[in-house]
Design a protein around this ligand. Structure first.
Ligand code: TRP
Length: 330
């Protein structure tokens, strides 16, 4: 049995891209051999300015939609990063093993800090990957499913593990590996299908909380391509290809099967069919989301998750403290 760890930053509302790329696979993961730890990286959300209310509501919504998508709190541990203090503690320790040079070379740091006033780049943004390494290391996770944009951070965690184990001449930490999700993982924006559908971009994104009528309009207005054939061709037909991925993922059929369905039909007919499956899915998820919110189970789920997570996280922390010579550690 292994531990699988999945983290999400509550900086925006969940999109259809998140659902297809990650959420819909949770039930599959939790029913396997491995134990699944799913957490909300709420401390990471603080690395860029965020309104307290936005952070609060996003966090609640993500947990609610996770449960709505079938994540089962009796099988998986669902928790908040901020409710398991071991994350912050290990990050404080690990920070001493990470180098300024490698941290300043992190793509995400360079990208995000370049958009900020130079005098107002937070230290938390700089040390972001150290906290993320702590998240991963605490659970002895071997496989870490992440998007392409987070691969470099998992690789930094690997480097820290190797460095640490080497320095203390023992296998204190387990070596993690990024698992990049492939099919359906890259749902693109409807208004610019060369860009990813992201949590924080209102145009061209379908949010799981969108009114189905609004979602339908977005799809009907989605950018398509020259030509008239409904064919998967990422290079020349990025818009149609994106809609084909959405359609086939939600219907659980292959792209080829989807192409066959729309042979000889026009873009408009195809879009209508895409809108139908998307709206049906949104309605289904929103009904369950409402049930979850009204049932008031969220706090209980998080409390249970934090307890389960702390059990293993504190064990790892104890191991580290002992190895590095912190006197109180037994
Ligand atoms: N940084 C990740 C993101 O922005 C979220 C995250 C934080 C994470 N800690 C993690 C993902 C640990 C996997 C493992 O998407």
């Amino acid at each position: 049995m292994e531990n699988i760890l999945s983290g999400v930053k509550p900086t925006g509302q969940l999109t259809l891209g998140n659902y297809i790329g990650a959420l819909r696979n949770f039930p599959k993961y939790q029913n396997g051999e491995d134990h699944v730890f799913v957490f909300i990286a709420d401390l990471h959300a603080l690395t860029l300015p965020i309104e307290p209310e936005t952070l609060y509501n996003n966090t609640r919504d993500i947990v609610a939609f996770y449960l709505a998508c079938g994540l089962d709190p009796t099988k998986a541990s669902i928790f908040l990063q901020s409710q398991v203090p071991a994350h912050s503690e290990l990050a404080t320790i690990l920070g001493n093993y990470a180098y300024m040079g490698e941290m300043s070379r992190m793509t995400q740091f360079k990208e995000k800090s370049s958009k900020l006033n130079e005098k107002k780049i937070g230290l938390g943004l700089f040390t972001y990957p150290v906290l993320m390494a702590a998240d991963i290391i605490l659970y002895d996770a071997k496989k870490v499913p992440v998007g392409e944009d987070q691969k470099q951070h998992v690789e930094l965690a690997r480097d820290l593990v190797i460095r640490f184990n080497h320095q203390y001449k023992q296998d204190v930490f387990v070596l993690p590996e990024p698992v990049i999700s492939t099919s359906g993982a890259r749902i693109m924006s409807l208004s610019d299908p060369t860009k990813k559908m992201s949590k924080s971009d209102a145009n061209g994104d379908i949010f799981l909380k969108d009114d189905p009528a609004v979602a339908r309009k977005k799809i009907m207005r989605a950018v398509t391509d020259l030509g008239s054939e409904v064919k998967y061709d990422k290079e020349n037909k990025p818009g149609i290809s994106n809609l084909l991925v959405i359609y086939s993922s939600l219907k659980e059929i292959s792209i080829e099967e989807a192409e066959k369905e729309f042979e000889g039909l026009r873009y408009g007919d195809f879009k209508k069919a895409v809108a139908d499956v998307v709206c049906a899915k949104l309605e289904e998820l929103q009904t369950k989301y409402k049930e979850v919110i009204e049932s008031g189970i969220i706090d209980k789920v998080l409390e249970k998750g934090a307890k389960e997570a702390s059990l293993i996280a504190n064990e790892t922390l104890k191991r580290v403290k002992k190895v590095i010579g912190l006197y109180g550690a037994k």
